[in-house]
Structures are given as structure tokens and as C-alpha cells.
Design a protein around this ligand. Structure first.
Ligand SMILES: Cc1cc2nc3c(=O)[nH]c(=O)nc-3n(C[C@H](O)[C@H](O)[C@H](O)COP(=O)(O)OP(=O)(O)OC[C@H]3O[C@@H](n4cnc5c(N)ncnc54)[C@H](O)[C@@H]3O)c2cc1C
Length: 404
């Protein structure tokens, strides 16, 4: 066995092919339809559940891969199929990541199955941090969780915004402030179980891209959850708050812990979109004739395609490195997780725009998928930390300077 290899192993190759077949045969044919409908594609989530792709077992197996590469491989193939539908299927994993990042083993065992439901009765999950006045600056969350000791219940109030699966999820994992004076060190994560009174969907947003993925406000009005819904438990929270009040350093904050672990996976989604656009543009450039020759015979077009492929491959290497590091407990000393998401997101925006240019007028009309890929790609420089915030993380990590 060589000490180092960039080849996927047999298991990973098999999973890659299985997910690719699903993306090609089930997702792609309906991508345009669900983009136009701008609704959650329940029948496609059901199909994914039927074959076991939307299931606790599959996600647990993928998370368990010691190389860390299965998750990005799956994400890339799904988003090669369609990012909106992929996010409708995979949005649940963001809630799951929030649960895994902060939950006790008992909480994980109780809530993981509830996040997925069964193939006969699908359930979905959401993860909510963002608020109208707290996007990049998560330290300024206004939503509050107050402990009612007499009843051993937490009372949740506030509004979350831009939440994937928000309000339609069965299980909401929400980050709220338990002590506003402590900023992000006073945050805690809570499970809101299915059917809890006091939680409802606010506005549903109409979007530029990833339109098959539901994005909405989540409104909390005296929403009471049992004490056991505080992820990590009260004892641990009290100890953490006490440390923060004494001014001692606390562990990574609730929301940050989740984003840290999910960034390479989000980068992999962007690569899937970029690859779809690149492949389409390459085929098109070989077929389309102008001035009596295929347009790829012009260096202006051929070099674009060369650059597109190069950036996609570079992005994938950054994503795989960060995924491997995250899974193997390596410290992101240079912000490698942020680097992977930043580069992949910006690559996807750039590659899909080049693809439109290569298709000319056909790139701009909805009959062809390329304009949709461009619209879908743009979210990857915004959510899970904007490109500017990723640069901030990297700059702070490499310099040790607290750049504001
Ligand atoms: C489709 C969609 C799905 C989403 N899903 C979820 C979800 O499931 N859960 C969730 O919690 N959130 C979700 N979000 C929210 C998303 O994470 C935020 O939109 C994102 O973090 C940016 O916050 P903001 O929109 O408030 O922008 P702002 O923070 O207001 O930023 C505006 C601009 O200012 C820049 N900026 C801000 N601060 C700085 C700084 N210090 N230095 C330099 N530039 C700066 C930003 O980079 C950006 O360009 C989703 C958003 C969208 C659009």
C-alpha cells in the first residue's frame, strides 16, 4: 500500500456511481420543473428515501468514512444533478450537523431518527442561526432562550431568517442567546421537536437560484421545549457560561462549531454545479459550428475550457484536503475549511458564467440549463459564511492578527 494516494477507494467509487446514477436519472430530468415551481420536491425526496440515499444509515455511514471524502463525493454528485433539489434532500444534514456538533450521545440517538423519519413517512430537519440583524455577525443574535426552572422548560422567543427548510421542518435545531451580555459565548443550541406549539413559518422567500430548496423565516412565540432539548445539557452550559463570565476562554461557540465542520461539504456542492456547467459547455463547444468550424477550435473558447477544468480540479483538491483534515482532527491552522468553501464557491460562479459565454444566446435562455447553474452557483459565495467572511477567517488564521 502506498503511503499517500489521491484515488478513491472501492467503497467510495461505488457510492459515487450510485449517487451519480440517481442524480442523472432521477434528479436531472426534473430539475427545470422544480426550479420553475419553486417548491420542495417531496416526490424526489421520497425516491431518495426509498433507495436509502435519504436515510440515517447512509448519512451515518458517510460521516463515518475515516478519510472524510465520502461526504464531499456525495455532495458533488448530487449538485451535479441539481443543487436546488440536492439541498432539498440534503438540507436535513445541516440540522444533523448541528445536533452532532453539540448534542450528547443520548440526544443524538433520540433526534437523528426524527430528522429523517421513514421512507413511508419522511421527516426533515433545519438548522437556524441567522436573524434579520445577525447574518455574518452571529454574535448579535436577538432571539432568546429563558429557563423556566419550575417546569424544567426553556421558553424560546425571536425570529430566525433565511432558514433552509425553516417552518416546514419536523425537527428544528436553533441557536439562541441564553445570555446576551456574553455575545456569541452566551449562545446555546436547542431542539424544537415536531408539533411543538409556538413555532411557525414566517415569510417564505422567492430566490434567484436553488429554488427547489425552501428558505423561510422561523418565528418563535413563547415556544416551550423540555429541558432535555438543550443540546449538550444544562450542566455543561452552566459551566461554559461561568467560564465566559470569568473572562476565561470558552470552547468554540455553538454556531461556529457547526459551520466549521460543514464548510468543505458546502464547497463540494459548488464543485458539482461547476462541473455540470463545464461538461455541458465542453460538449457544446465541440458541436457548435460557426465560421465553418467547431467553436472549440478557437483558442478563446478552448482556453476558457482549460481554465474552467483547472479551477474545478484545484477546488476539489482544497475541498478534499479540508474534508480529510476535519475528519482526522487536524487543526485548520490556515483556515483550510474556509479556503475550500471560498475557492469552490467563487469557482462555481466564475465557471458557470464562462459556460453561459460559451453557449452564447443559448446560455442565456431557460430552455438550456446553464443559466440555472449560474443562478444556483451564486448562493455559494453567500451562505455558510460569505466570501468576505471566509477571507477574514483565513487572514486571521495565517496572521494571528485579530483583523476586525
Ligand atoms: C438561500 C439561503 C439559505 C440559507 N440557509 C440558512 C440556514 O439554513 N441557516 C442559517 O442559519 N442561515 C442560512 N442562511 C443565511 C446566510 O448564512 C446569511 O445570509 C449569510 O451568513 C450572510 O448574512 P447576511 O445575509 O445577513 O449578510 P450581511 O452579514 O449583512 O453581509 C452583507 C455584506 O457585507 C459583508 N460583510 C459583513 N461583515 C463584514 C466584515 N466584517 N468584513 C467584510 N465584509 C463584511 C458580507 O460579506 C456581505 O457581502 C441562508 C441564506 C440564504 C440566502
Amino acid at each position: 500500500m502506498p503511503d499517500f494516494s489521491l484515488e478513491l477507494n472501492e467503497d467510495q467509487l461505488q457510492i459515487q456511481k450510485w449517487v451519480h446514477d440517481f442524480a442523472e436519472n432521477v434528479v436531472r430530468p426534473v430539475a427545470h420543473e422544480w426550479d420553475e415551481r419553486e417548491e420542495t420536491p417531496w416526490p424526489i425526496i421520497e425516491e431518495a428515501a426509498k433507495i436509502g440515499l435519504y436515510s440515517i444509515d447512509f448519512v451515518a455511514n458517510a460521516f463515518g468514512d475515516p478519510t472524510g471524502l465520502t461526504i464531499p463525493v456525495v455532495m458533488e454528485e448530487m449538485c451535479w444533478g441539481d443543487a436546488g433539489i440536492a439541498l432539498a434532500i440534503l438540507g436535513t444534514t445541516l440540522g444533523v450537523a448541528g445536533l452532532l456538533a453539540n448534542g450528547t450521545p443520548d440526544q443524538v440517538a433520540e433526534w437523528m431518527p426524527q430528522c429523517f423519519g421513514t421512507p413511508d413517512k419522511i421527516q426533515i430537519a433545519a438548522f437556524g442561526v441567522s436573524e434579520p440583524d445577525a447574518g455574518s455577525d452571529v454574535s448579535s443574535l436577538r432571539s432568546r432562550a429563558v429557563y423556566d426552572e419550575a417546569k424544567d422548560e426553556w421558553v424560546l422567543n425571536g425570529t430566525k431568517t433565511w432558514i433552509t427548510n425553516g417552518g416546514i421542518a419536523d425537527v428544528h435545531v436553533l441557536v439562541l442567546s441564553v445570555d446576551p451580555e456574553l455575545g456569541s459565548r452566551g449562545h446555546a443550541s436547542f431542539i424544537v421537536p415536531p408539533g411543538t406549539p409556538g413555532i411557525r413559518q414566517g415569510q417564505k422567500f422567492q430566490k434567484m437560484g436553488i429554488r427547489a430548496s425552501h428558505t423561510a423565516e422561523v418565528v418563535l412565540e413563547d415556544c416551550r421545549v423540555p429541558g432535555s432539548c438543550l443540546l449538550g445539557g444544562k450542566e455543561k452550559l452552566d459551566a461554559r457560561l461561568a467560564r465566559a463570565r470569568e473572562g476565561k476562554s470558552s470552547k468554540v461557540q455553538a454556531a461556529m462549531a457547526t459551520f466549521e465542520s460543514t464548510r468543505p461539504a458546502v464547497g463540494a456542492q459548488a464543485i458539482g454545479i461547476a462541473r455540470a456547467a463545464y461538461e455541458f459547455a465542453l460538449d457544446y463547444a465541440k458541436e457548435r459550428k460557426q465560421f465553418g468550424r467547431a467553436i472549440i477550435e478557437n483558442q478563446a473558447i478552448a482556453f476558457k475550457l482549460a481554465d474552467m477544468k483547472m479551477h474545478i480540479d484545484a477546488a476539489r483538491l482544497l475541498v478534499w484536503r479540508a474534508a480529510w483534515m476535519g475528519r482526522n482532527g487536524k487543526a485548520f491552522e490556515s483556515g483550510e475549511g474556509s479556503m475550500s468553501k471560498l475557492y469552490a464557491g467563487e469557482t462555481a460562479v466564475w465557471v458557470t458564467e464562462q459556460a453561459i459565454q460559451i453557449l452564447g444566446g443559448y446560455g442565456y435562455i431557460r430552455e438550456y440549463p446553464v443559466e440555472r447553474w449560474h443562478r444556483d452557483s451564486k448562493i455559494y459565495t453567500i451562505f455558510e459564511g460569505t466570501s468576505e467572511i471566509q477571507r477574514l477567517v483565513i487572514a486571521r488564521a495565517i496572521s494571528g492578527v485579530h483583523i476586525p
